[in-house]
Every structure is written in structure tokens, then in C-alpha cells.
Ligand binder design. Structure first.
Ligand code: MIG
Length: 778
């Protein structure tokens, strides 16, 4: 089923009559209508409602607020974008007068409730986005489906492959480039969707879907929905960064997470008792590994009943003891919370939901039953406001148990062997697919409301498996059940990069791999590759080899200690990136083309940037002894070797169990002080690392606040910009609302003939040192 793709040939494409109408271009005939309007922020909105599709259910976006424009003569102007329609029914979209997109004649089609929009395919230099997808960084030339699935349950043996589709997350955002201009097309529709990123005749052999083109000589990219209104938003660039920033203005950003959530997360299915959690914390402490949070998977529950603890091994007394010891190390506690409610009369959560009519129902109005961990399982209908409010109340009480973060799983929704299409919404009146892809977002929203109910000043930390467009307003995303093998390690980089470009800056994989045993070499290689992803969690499946860092050799443990300490040291830089994401919408994990233009950088999927300044080039195969790294133009400081290298070429690096990391010339990186950050990095002091080789000036920003509350939203933060040039250092205070921020910093200049040294976790470097006052602008 999942590999069957609707073919353009099977849709009917009416030739629509055109009429200017109250500020939008209106196309219609007996089959329905298409409305084209200017949207906010220089975007264009195309809303297709043809055939039997219906537009009466909510869309994942907040709606593409149309902006009234005059559109006589079949043209619509939206800032730098303009759209023209021609007599043959084709459409052209220009950006500042140069062509960006064009369509064949009569590009909008329908087949029953399905709809499609075609654009001419001109050969794609590159395609990005599409949310959480397997495969290489470049998504060109394929067909993709958008329908949230429990990957392991619905693609049997997926873990032996690295090309399953769809996965847990549906974000039909297409980003490509025409000439020098990047642009985006966001398909906003809650139903199952599909995107063809370039169907053309050359592919049309064997059983290729390109044989299903409308006309063999009409190569297209196509956007389609299985029902509902087909709403497309055209997002101009011209840079990749500008597309991502505009997407953030349309679909939202993450709010600043609590600082602890940027630390190293230790998880496993499951730590089986409060005592075992305590032991894991002790193990990490003995190894001097700073740990942001310890996680409780499903086995803490009594008979897998949500919002309960087993009384024998997670009693209130046992929890109090273990949690307080764990907290004393600055480590926080996260529990999984599944949507499924055990359908057992007498279990208070089930009784409440049943009595208040909050459960998903069948068409006949019975509670829908799936088979998941609790056995017979009912599902909260999160499409109802009253359900979200009720759920928030449970989350509120749950947080009061001393829980800091919530991990929402199985919200695809996963119903085991039972067909989920019998699960309907809004008291059985709405078909399953109207809310299927939204279930994860709605559950995340309800969970976030629970944090707000608990303490409006508390920053939520929520991690979700399933999601659709805009999830970043509510939660971070992990990429679900991967496997402990090289293919999944290699895939994790492009997957997280494209998810980042799709608006979900705070994401990451199960580092080390979930299914199967992680060999020592694989574990080490994956930790080396994954420790600077925005979300960094080591998680593994029940029944697999223990995957805590201390379960491996002393040598591996030492490497992991250095990796976690490097991340902890870089926390001021990473946290500043999160603040900038919230402010500007920028991605945190970035492909090279986010910062550097040039085709040679566009498809590199085994390197990534963390913010503007750090370039990582990890090994993704355990037996690889050396690899080449594409270094963009300019100079780079190789942290793994401790020296400056000129870019604009490829360089060879050796696998010596080092983190392969380069700092871009012109960067100033704020860090915590020193090399040992156990138990937690101390952010009351700060170091600034100036990397200036052949540019006139280095620049860096630092954002600081209490790391915990929402006081920052009322101005309780400090941010500053530091510059270093021939004239020396200067500080510009951008905002001065946080008095606990450090008022001075040690500055290290990474210069060739420097005499002093500074220590990082993996090694020390030769530097020139000076003190800098951060007290005021100077
Ligand atoms: O049916 O809670 O993706 O991270 O450890 C499996 C047990 C349910 C799936 C999640 C995984 C988690 C596991 N869960």
C-alpha cells in the first residue's frame, strides 16, 4: 500500500474559467474552484478545491492569511513574487521578474476526493525538506508519501533497509533551486499527501511511476492530497536560509528549551526500577559524564496504565530516594507517556475519559479499541478541546510527581495489529484520515498545555515521535526506531538535516541505534557523529546489548566522556543558536549550502554545520580509516589537529577516534570554562574563543538567561555581540536584562605563534590570552 503512488495520468484536469474576485484570482468551473492570492510575508497561496474533496477540517498551519491584492488580467503580486496565468491555463511564477516556477496547461486535477497540482520539471539541481525521510540529502527525482506510521510495526523489517517511506512525520515541504534562487512549496493539508520531486521520461522504464505522467513529454513535479483542500504556499528565498526563516514565520519556531534538555540524555527501554535509574546515574557519575536527563520508558507503569507508577519498584518512597540523588547531580527526569489508555473499567483515566466522552469512537459511537502495550486500549480524541484540557490536567499532576520532561510515543497513532481507520474523531463524525497526521501534533499541544497548567513559568520539554507541519511550536522530535547499523548511522545525518530545514530545529536520532546490538565500534562511531546534534540521546531497545557508555571499554568510555564534555563546553554556543532559532527561525543543524553557495556543496550528506561556525565531518563506517572532507572557501581551524587549513578544496582526515570538527575563520565561539564539566557545565563564567586567520574581523554572539523559566520572554536575558579585528576586541550589549550573566570573559585567540595554551576535552591548543570586560558596550 505505502509504495503505490497516485499517477498524474489518473486525474482529470479541467480548463477553468478565470475571474478576478475580491482580492484573489478565481478559477472555476462545475468541478470546483482554485483561489490564488498573495499571502503574508511575500508568499503566494494557491488553494485547490476540485472534485469531491472537502475543506472542512483544520489544516496543520494556522491558515495562509490571504492578503488582498488587485488581480485584474490574471496576475497576482505578492512582494517579490508575481504570478501570471495564460490563455492555455498554464501559470508562471516569477521572483523579481525572473522565472521561478511554471506549470503545464491546466495544472490542477482531481480524481474523486484526490487532488493534484503539477509544475514543470526543469531538472532539479537539488531538493531539500520533506520532513523526516530516509535516503540521501538530495531528495530529487523520487516520489514520497506523507502518512504518519509506526515504522517498525508498519514496515516489517525496515531496520534491514534504509529506504522505507512514509515514516513517523509528515511535513510536505519541498525546497529547491532555480538558477541562483532557492524557494519552497509547502503543501498544507492534514490528509495523506504525496509529492513527486521530478517525474520525467528518462526514468520511465520498468515499473517506474514516471510511466504514469499525464503526457510522456510533460516532466513534472507534483503535489497531491488524498482529500481535503489542496493548499500550496509558495515561499521565496532567494537563499536557503531565507526560505527556512520564512517557513518559521509561517509555521512557528521552538521556544527556548530548558538548558538541561540540551545536555546528554541517557535512555533505555527500560530502566526497570527506581533503584536501577539510580545505578545508571551512579555509573555515569563514576565515569564523570555530565548527564542532562535520565529517561523512564514504559516499564515504570503499572500494567502499562498511563499516569501510574508500579508500586513495587517505583513506589513513592523509592522514587523520592532515587530522584533526589539523581537531581543532586543536576540530572533531570523524563518519562514516556503513551496516548493509549488501558480500556479497563475501574482504571480512573479510562473511566474519566469514557464518562466525559473524550475517546475516539467508531462510526457507530463505541469507543475505538486498539491493541497496544496495555492490551485492549482506547485512545483520547485529541481533536476535541475538552480532551486536550483533560489531558493537560493529567500532565499537570504528573509533573507534580517530580517529572521534568515528557516523551510522547506511539502517537502515529499506533494501534498494533488493529486497523486504525475504524478510529474516528469528534464523536465518530469525522473519518480517521482527517486527523491521522494531526494526532501527534494535537497530543503534543495538549501535553504542552499541561506544562502551562502546572507552572506558567516552566519551560516545557516534550519529545514526540509523530508529527506534522508546525510541531516545533509544541515539541522536539526524535526520528524513531532506527537500528544499530552503519546504514542507519549514515542516514541519520541527511534525515536530521532535512527535518531541520522543514522547521524542526530541535531533533535527533537514537544515537548508538535502537534495534539490535551496538558493537563497540558502531557505538563509538555513532557517538562521534551524533554528539553535536541539537537533540542528543542514547537509547536502545529492550533485549539488546547494554548501551550505556560504561558498558564498553575504558577507551570508548574516555572518548564518550570527551564528546559529552565537548558538548557541555559548547553549551553557551549551542544555547545561543536555540535563542537565534526562536528569534529568526534559523536551523541549528545545517547543510553546507545553508552557509555556502556552490553546487559542489549542495548534496553533501555526510558533513554538517552546527550553526554558522562549526563544521563536522564524522565517519559513518566503522572500518573506514580515512575520509575526505569538503572544506568550503576560506580558512578553517581543525580542532582535531589544532591548526589552520585553507579551504576551497577537499582534505583527507584520519580516523583516530577524534571528533572531526573545523571552526570557520571569522568565528567567535562562547564556551563554558575548562575541559571537565561534570556534573554540569557552570554557565556563570564564560570563555570566548576567537578564530581569526585571514578575515578582517571575527564575530560571535552570546545569549544567556536563567536557563529554566520563561522570565526571558519578559526581557530577563542578556545578549551581546563580540568583535575582534585589527583594532582589538569590542563588545556590543544587545539586551541587558539578566544580571546574573558574567561581566567578564577570558578570550583566547587561536594564532600561529601563540605561547599560552587552553584546554578542551580532547586536547589543548596554543593561544594568546586576554581578559575582556563584558560589563558595557565598548
Ligand atoms: O512498541 O516504549 O519508538 O523508543 O523504547 C514500542 C517502548 C514502543 C517505541 C519507541 C521506542 C520505545 C518503545 N516504543
Amino acid at each position: 500500500m505505502w509504495h503505490k503512488i497516485p499517477a498524474p495520468a489518473n486525474f482529470r484536469y479541467p480548463s477553468l474559467a478565470q475571474a478576478p474576485k475580491s482580492g484573489h484570482l478565481h478559477l472555476s468551473d462545475d468541478d470546483g474552484e482554485v483561489r490564488i492570492a498573495a499571502g503574508t510575508d511575500d508568499t503566494l497561496s494557491i488553494r485547490v478545491a476540485l472534485g469531491k474533496s472537502r475543506g472542512d477540517v483544520p489544516t496543520p498551519l494556522i491558515a495562509p492569511y490571504p492578503v488582498p491584492v488587485s488581480c485584474e488580467d490574471g496576475s497576482v503580486i505578492a512582494g517579490a513574487l508575481s504570478l501570471q496565468r495564460f490563455a492555455d491555463g498554464s501559470i508562471r511564477i516569477l521572483h523579481r521578474g525572473s522565472p521561478l516556477l511554471d506549470t503545464p496547461p491546466n495544472p490542477f486535477g482531481f480524481s474523486g476526493r484526490r487532488q493534484i497540482a503539477l509544475f514543470n520539471f526543469h531538472g532539479n539541481p537539488v531538493v531539500y525538506g520533506l520532513g523526516e525521510k530516509t535516503g540521501p540529502l538530495n531528495k530529487a527525482g523520487k516520489s514520497y508519501q506523507f502518512y504518519n506510521l509506526d515504522v517498525v510495526a508498519d514496515h516489517p523489517h525496515h531496520f534491514t533497509t534504509d529506504h522505507y517511506d512514509p515514516a513517523y512525520v509528515s511535513i510536505p515541504l519541498y525546497i529547491s533551486r532555480r538558477g541562483t534562487e532557492y524557494y519552497g512549496i509547502l503543501l498544507d493539508n492534514p490528509y495523506r499527501c504525496f509529492v513527486h520531486t521530478g517525474l520525467h521520461r528518462d526514468q520511465a522504464q520498468g515499473f517506474h511511476p514516471a510511466l504514469g505522467l499525464r503526457e510522456p513529454d510533460e516532466p513534472v513535479i507534483a503535489f497531491g492530497s488524498y482529500s481535503g483542500e489542496l493548499s500550496l504556499t509558495i515561499i521565496p528565498g532567494p537563499s536557503l536560509r531565507e526560505v527556512v526563516r520564512r517557513l518559521a514565520r509561517l509555521t512557528g519556531t521552538h521556544e527556548l528549551p530548558p538548558l538541561w534538555a540540551l545536555g546528554y540524555h541517557q535512555c533505555r527501554w527500560s530502566y526497570m526500577s527506581a533503584a536501577e535509574l539510580h545505578e545508571v546515574s551512579n555509573g555515569l557519575a563514576k565515569a564523570r559524564i555530565p548527564c542532562g536527563a535520565l529517561w523512564m520508558d514504559i516499564d515504570y507503569m503499572e500494567a502499562f496504565k498511563v499516569f501510574t507508577f508500579r508500586d513495587d519498584v517505583f513506589s513513592a518512597e523509592q522514587r523520592r530516594e532515587a530522584f533526589s540523588a539523581i537531581r543532586a547531580r543536576g540530572t533531570r527526569l523524563v518519562t514516556i507517556v503513551d496516548p493509549g489508555v488501558k480500556a479497563e473499567p475501574g482504571y480512573h483515566v479510562f473511566d474519566e475519559a469514557l464518562d466525559a466522552n473524550l475517546l475516539c469512537q467508531t462510526e457507530a459511537g463505541q469507543p475505538y479499541i486498539g491493541i497496544v502495550w496495555p492490551g485492549r486500549t482506547a485512545f483520547p480524541d485529541f481533536s476535541l478541546l475538552e480532551t486536550r484540557t483533560w489531558w493537560a490536567g493529567h500532565i499537570d499532576r504528573w509533573l507534580a510527581e517530580g517529572i521534568d520532561g515528557i516523551w510522547i510515543d506511539m502517537n502515529d497513532p499506533s494501534t498494533g495489529p488493529i486497523d486504525f481507520t475504524d478510529m474516528r474523531f469528534r464523536h465518530g463524525t469525522q473519518e480517521h484520515d482527517a486527523f491521522h497526521n494531526l494526532y501527534g501534533n494535537l497530543m503534543a499541544e495538549a501535553t504542552r498545555l499541561g506544562f502551562e497548567a502546572h507552572d506558567p513559568q516552566m519551560r516545557p520539554f516534550i519529545l514526540t515521535r509523530s508529527a506534522s507541519t508546525g510541531i516545533q511550536r509544541h515539541a522536539a522530535v526524535w526520528t524513531g526506531d532506527n537500528a544499530s547499523n552503519e546504514a542507519h548511522l549514515a542516514m541519520s545525518i541527511p534525515m536530521s538535516l532535512n527535518l531541520s530545514l522543514s522547521g524542526v530545529a530541535f531533533n535527533g536520532p537514537d544515537v548508538g541505534g535502537f534495534m539490535g546490538d551496538a558493537s563497540e565500534e558502531l557505538f563509538r562511531t555513532w557517538m562521534l557523529a551524533g554528539s553535536l546534534f541539537p537533540f542528543f540521546r542514547n537509547h536502545s531497545c529492550a533485549g539488546t546489548r547494554r548501551q550505556e557508555p560504561y558498558a564498553y571499554s575504558e577507551e570508548t568510555l574516555g572518548i564518550v566522556r570527551n564528546l559529552v564534555n565537548t558538548r557541555a563546553k559548547l553549551l553557551p554556543y549551542l544555547y545561543t543558536l536555540f535563542a537565534q532559532h526562536q528569534r529568526d527561525g534559523d536551523a541549528i543543524l545545517r547543510p553546507l549550502s545553508y552557509e555556502f553557495s556552490g553546487e559542489e556543496y549542495e548534496t553533501i550528506g555526510d558533513q554538517f554545520l552546527v550553526g554558522p561556525s562549526l563544521l563536522a565531518a564524522p565517519f559513518v563506517r566503522v572500518d573506514q580509516k580515512e575520509r575526505s572532507v569538503v572544506l568550503p572557501e576560506g580558512w578553517w581551524f581543525a580542532l582535531h589537529e589544532g591548526g589552520w587549513i585553507e579551504g576551497g578544496k577537499s582534505v583527507l582526515v584520519l580516523q583516530e577516534h577524534q571528533q572531526i570538527l573545523f571552526v570557520r575563520d571569522g568565528s567567535i565561539i562562547p564556551t563554558a570554562v575548562g575541559a571537565d564539566h561534570f556534573p554540569q557545565p557552570d554557565l556563570s563564567r564564560v570563555e570566548l574563543h576567537v578564530f581569526r586567520h585571514s578575515v578582517p574581523e571575527a564575530v560571535g554572539e552570546l545569549y544567556q538567561d536563567d536557563g529554566e523559566t520563561k522570565a526571558y520572554a519578559a526581557g530577563a536575558y542578556r545578549s551581546l555581540r563580540v568583535r575582534s579585528g585589527a583594532e582589538g576586541l569590542s563588545v556590543e550589549i544587545l539586551h541587558d536584562g539578566y544580571s546574573a550573566a558574567p561581566r567578564e570573559a577570558v578570550v583566547y585567540h587561536y594564532e600561529a605563534d601563540a605561547a599560552e595554551s587552553v584546554e578542551w576535552p580532547f586536547q589543548s591548543y596554543q593561544v594568546r590570552r586576554e581578559m575582556l570586560s563584558l560589563a558595557a558596550t565598548h
